[in-house]
Design a binder for this molecule. Structure first.
Ligand SMILES: *Cc1c(COP(=O)(O)O)cnc(C)c1O
Length: 392
């Protein structure tokens, strides 16, 4: 889908400071050739199988299907090592960094999930790992900070601005500018300058690659009618759509966080509220004021709390190939409780938004719907527990 300058239609590209050009250009030149080489693929496939635990199951959720009067399959990314899809990408990028001779890894993290996945692969490979995280997020996400430290990573607080994800990203970029020779920057979603969105989508595409044969095995055909995924930056959505992008018979549903309500001022529904602009190195849809200042996003789920979306999703939504749905905090929490008590699966708060979409989505009784279950909800129990009395 992407052209060689990194554009998906009018979105994408590489808007970077001059000082970053050598790093990004080196990656752009190498990423396809390296990641498609036999040697890389051998390591990537082995680690996905024996370390991450892939293939992740495709599970027919019978009680959920009965309730919604259709056929719902869950792609169980929550069962991966570290509890979400993010590890697929960090395994790919650490192998890429090795091939490029990089000895030092930096990353940014909001909720800490990408930080944990990065710290994990750095420990696995024995390389130095520095994770930038907003000071506010360090306080809010203490368990993940503990995990990163346990894994040997250094967590550096970002103390400027709102002290959250975008400030951590700025710090990571500053670090990369200062350490161009030996450092690789592992970005955690399909965002950032080209080639990151395409590279991350390729690493995550293992999800839809498995769906093809798992659906064939279980239903007799490769194609579902509908694929539903939540969208923060868009990496789990990109991975679950990837092999179906050119199959127009498959509907792609992107579920965003509406926070307290789309127009409440406390939201992260970028496809509705966003306008065209440049954020973190690519041209995409983002939430900004008339003079281009980024508007602080809000969602109960830290993983969807991002002011932009990846350029691929901006393009898919702009052209009508994907349909966007926005779900409030309240409906997401409700859907998480319902899934827990219907199927015995506690989803991540991010993922719960995708499940809530079942209440607003139009579908037929004989449709096959795949929901990408991007992560498990253990990390969110402190938040869920505030709602226990409403769900007795
Ligand atoms: C980080 C995260 C997300 C959001 O990121 P994407 O890049 O949009 O996938 C969604 N679900 C879980 C469980 C996450 O950890």
């Amino acid at each position: 889908m992407v052209n060689d300058k990194g554009y998906y239609g009018e979105f994408g590209g590489a808007f970077i400071p001059e000082m970053l050009y050598p790093n990004v250009e080196e990656l752009r030149r190498c990423y396809v050739e390296v990641s498609e080489s036999d040697d890389f693929q051998k390591d990537f496939r082995r680690l996905l199988k024996d370390y991450v635990g892939r293939p992740s199951p495709l599970y027919l959720a019978e009680r959920l299907s009965e309730h919604y009067q259709t056929n719902i399959y869950l792609k169980r990314e929550d069962l991966n090592h570290t509890g979400a899809h993010k590890i697929n990408n960090t395994i790919g990028q650490i192998l890429m960094a090795q091939r490029l001779g990089k000895k030092r890894i930096i990353a940014e993290t909001g909720a800490g999930q990408h930080g944990v996945a990065t710290a994990t692969v750095c420990a696995l490979m024995g390389v130095e790992c520095i994770v930038y995280m907003g000071e506010v997020d360090i306080e809010r996400q203490a368990p993940n900070v503990g995990r990163m430290k346990m894994l040997g990573a250094e967590v550096r607080p970002a103390t400027s601005g709102s002290k959250t994800l975008k400030d951590a990203t700025n710090e990571a970029i500053r670090d990369w500018i200062n350490n161009p020779e030996d450092t690789h920057y592992i970005i955690g979603s399909v965002v950032g300058p080209h080639p990151y969105p395409d590279m991350v989508a390729r690493f995550q595409s293992v999800i839809s690659e498995e769906m093809l044969w798992q659906l064939e095995e279980q239903t007799g055909k490769e194609d579902p009618d509908i694929i539903v995924a939540c969208v923060g930056g868009g990496s789990n959505a990109a991975g679950s759509y990837y092999h179906y992008l050119n199959k127009e018979n498959v509907r792609l549903i992107a579920v965003e966080a509406a926070g307290m309500g789309i127009h409440s001022g406390e939201s992260a529904a970028t496809s509705v509220l966003g306008t065209k602009g440049v954020i973190h190195g690519s041209r995409t849809l983002l939430m900004q004021t008339e003079d281009g200042q980024i508007i602080e996003p809000y969602s109960i789920s830290a993983g969807l709390d991002y002011p932009g979306i990846g350029p691929m999703h901006a393009h898919l939504i702009d052209t009508g190939r994907a349909e966007a749905i926005s779900i409030t905090d309240e409906d997401a929490v409700k859907a998480a409780f319902f899934l827990a008590r219907t199927e015995g699966i506690i989803p991540a708060l991010e993922t719960a938004h995708a499940f809530a979409a079942l209440d607003v989505l139009e579908y037929r009784k004989d449709d096959i719907i795949v929901i990408n279950l991007s992560g498990r909800g253990d990390k969110d129990l402190a938040i869920f527990s505030k709602y226990f009395d409403q769900h007795e």
